[in-house]
Design a protein around this ligand. Structure first.
Ligand code: NAI
Length: 256
């Protein structure tokens, strides 16, 4: 079996992935706020440093794969801290341990919402690596009554970051594919409260139309992530793969 670090392993997509990998005989080092091998808050610099340190201890400095699933969807600035800086710091912090493995792989979870209206200042500050500026920009968006833009901004920034770094000597040059799955609507605790509200379901189905299969179960996203980090994936990198029942094809149209 391989040794694989999975953030967000206590719930939803991360939990489904950790279960799938363990069934296949891999050793999973889960990272989460609770119920995980490594309990850490990826929303803070100290928490991220702690998470990286503990994972390196547990894996002995060599890691076959990392999948950063942990994320939040509040209408606050928190998505910037967790979904962008939490994910990128974890991937960067564990990259040297990946580089020591024979067939290392990395993946994360973007979102169909990364294609929706966002705030350019938040995205730019994220890509600059300036967390406090990004959070300040997000606070401004929230104060302007557009808190719904912070989550899409964090996910769009993550997707753009991924496409920039995946081809560098540190990633492609070190033989590490780096990709993302971008789900549509997935039935997890993150959106359970929304799915319980019929009016909200109607709004969500208009925003994210999923003619193929409707809302997905987390196991479906886990299967796709598992392939991205499998030894079979030797040449796919830098891709944001929509596992969304057709939503992206509808929203963006036929031009690619
Ligand atoms: P979830 O809420 O079921 O699971 C997220 C996990 O991340 C939880 O266990 C939580 O404790 C952990 N987490 C949150 N903040 C953390 C922090 N600061 N430090 C450490 N761990 C933290 O959510 P779900 O749906 O499984 O989401 C997983 C990923 O999928 C997220 O990145 C989310 O944005 C993304 N996603 C989810 C969609 C959905 O419809 N559920 C759609 C598109 C993307």
């Amino acid at each position: 079996g391989r040794t694989i670090a999975v953030s967000g392993s206590a719930s939803g997509i991360g939990r489904a992935l950790a279960g799938l990998l363990r069934e296949r005989g891999d050793e999973v080092i889960g990272i989460d706020l609770h119920e995980a091998e490594v309990v850490a808050d990826l929303g803070t610099p100290e928490g991220r440093a702690h998470a990286v340190r503990r994972v390196l201890e547990l894996c002995g400095g060599v890691l076959d794969a990392v999948v950063a699933c942990a994320g939040v969807s509040q209408f606050t600035s928190l998505p910037v801290r967790v979904n962008f800086f939490g994910v990128t710091a974890l991937l960067e912090g564990l990259r040297p341990a990946l580089a020591r493995a024979e067939r290392p792989r990395a993946a994360t979870v973007a979102s169909i919402s990364g294609t929706q209206p966002l705030d350019e200042a938040v995205v730019a500050a994220c890509l600059d690596g300036d967390e406090e500026a990004a959070v300040a920009a997000a606070e401004k968006v929230v104060a302007a009554g557009q808190g719904n833009k912070t989550y899409p901004s964090s996910k769009a920034a993550l997707a753009q970051w991924l496409r920039r770094v995946c081809i560098t000597p540190e990633w492609a040059g070190a033989g590490i594919p780096l990709n993302a799955i971008a789900p549509g609507v997935v039935r997890t605790p993150m959106i359970e409260p929304l799915l319980a509200d019929a009016a909200m379901v109607k709004i969500m189905n208009e925003a994210v139309p999923m003619p193929l299969g409707g809302h997905a179960d987390p196991e479906v996203i886990a299967e796709a992530l598992a392939w991205l980090i499998s030894p079979a994936n030797t040449h796919m990198t830098g891709q944001i793969i929509y596992v969304d029942g057709g939503a992206e094809a509808i929203l963006r149209g036929p031009e690619v």
